[in-house]
Design a protein around this ligand. Structure first.
Ligand code: ATP
Ligand code: MG
Length: 264
C-alpha cells in the first residue's frame, strides 16, 4: 500500500486515486513500469476531453456492446493496467456478453500472469485463459511477447476487446480478420486508428458504461444490435473525438488572446 492520503475535496481526487491504484498494483507486480508511462500518456488526452465521457465515446460504447453481444466467440484481452483499473467490470462484461477472459501481456512473466489471474478470480472470474503454456498459439508477423495467445481464446475469437492495446498487435489482429474493439484515450494512436471500434474514453469511466449498455441492449435483442452496428462509422466517430478536443483547445486559446470585452 502507498501512504499518500488523497484529500476527498481535491478537484482531481478521482484521477489521483487512479494513479495511486496503479502505483499500488505496480508494487504488487500486476502493472508493468511501462504501464505507468502509458497511463500518463492517456491522462494528457483525458485533460483535453475535460475528464468526461463524450457523446462520441458513448456512441462507440453502444456499438462495442452491440458487437460483443452479437459475436460468436468474443474475448476480452486483459493486461496489467486493465486488471488494476477494471477487474470487476471485465468480469461483469464477460458474464453479460458471454465472453472469455484472456491475460495477454507485452511484458510476459508467469509470475505476472498468475498475479493477474488471481486478481481477476478475486473479482469473480471463473475461467482465465492465456496463462503460461496455455498461450501456445502465435499471432503471425508479431515479434513482441503479446503474440502468444490461447488457442481457445484470442486465436479463434471473432471479436476481441483490447482495452489499452499496443498498435502493432491491433494491426496484427485486424490482419487476421478479427474485429477489434479498443478503449484508448489517444484518438491518434495506431490502436485507435486501426481498431474496428474505438472508444476514446478513460477505461475507468468506459468499462462501467460498457457493462450497463450491454445489459440494456441484451434485453432489446439482436436486431437492435445489428441496427446500431449498421449505423456506426468508426472513422467519423474518431474524427468527432479529435474535433471535440480541438474545439476545447481553441476555446481556451481564444480566452487567452482576445481582449476581455470580446470574450464569451
Ligand atoms: P500505439 O502503439 O497504439 O501507437 P502507444 O505506443 O502510444 O500507442 P501503448 O503503450 O502501445 O501506446 O498503448 C497504450 C495506450 O493506452 C495509449 O494510447 C494511451 O493513451 C492509452 N491509455 C493509457 N491509460 C489509459 C486509460 N486509463 N484509459 C484509456 N486509455 C489509456
Ligand atoms: Mg505502442
Amino acid at each position: 500500500m502507498t501512504s499518500f492520503n488523497i484529500p476527498p475535496d481535491h478537484p482531481r481526487a478521482e484521477s489521483l486515486r487512479t494513479r495511486e491504484r496503479l502505483i499500488e498494483q505496480y508494487l504488487e507486480g500486476i502493472v508493468a513500469a511501462s504501464g505507468l508511462i502509458a497511463h500518463g500518456r492517456g491522462e494528457a488526452f483525458d485533460y483535453m476531453l475535460g475528464e468526461k465521457t463524450s457523446r462520441p465515446a458513448l456512441e462507440a460504447t453502444k456499438a462495442a456492446a452491440a458487437m460483443l453481444l452479437t459475436a460468436k466467440n468474443p474475448v476480452i484481452s486483459v493486461n496489467g493496467n486493465t486488471a488494476a483499473l477494471a477487474a470487476q467490470e471485465v468480469v461483469r462484461l464477460a458474464n453479460v456478453t458471454e465472453a472469455k477472459v484472456e491475460v495477454n501481456l507485452f511484458y510476459r512473466s508467469l509470475e505476472r500472469e498468475m498475479a493477474i489471474r488471481k486478481l481477476l478470480e478475486k473479482a469473480g472470474a471463473r475461467k482465465v485463459l492465456g496463462i503460461g503454456k496455455e498461450a501456445s498459439a502465435r499471432i503471425p508477423e508479431l515479434s513482441s511477447e503479446r503474440r502468444r495467445v490461447d488457442p481457445r481464446g484470442i486465436m479463434t475469437a471473432d471479436v476481441v476487446l483490447v482495452p489499452l492495446e499496443d498498435g502493432d498487435r491491433t494491426e496484427a489482429l485486424v490482419r487476421m480478420d478479427k474485429k477489434v474493439i479498443a478503449v484508448d484515450l489517444n484518438p491518434l494512436s495506431r490502436t485507435a486508428q486501426t481498431a474496428t471500434i474505438t472508444i476514446v474514453d478513460n477505461i475507468v469511466r468506459a468499462t462501467p458504461k460498457l457493462v450497463q449498455t450491454a445489459e440494456m441492449l441484451k434485453k432489446q435483442g439482436v436486431e437492435k444490435c445489428n441496427e446500431i452496428l449498421r449505423k456506426f462509422d468508426n472513422k467519423k466517430n474518431l474524427a468527432e473525438s479529435i474535433a471535440l478536443m480541438n474545439k476545447k483547445l481553441l476555446k481556451l486559446a481564444e480566452k487567452r488572446t482576445l481582449p476581455k470585452s470580446e470574450r464569451e
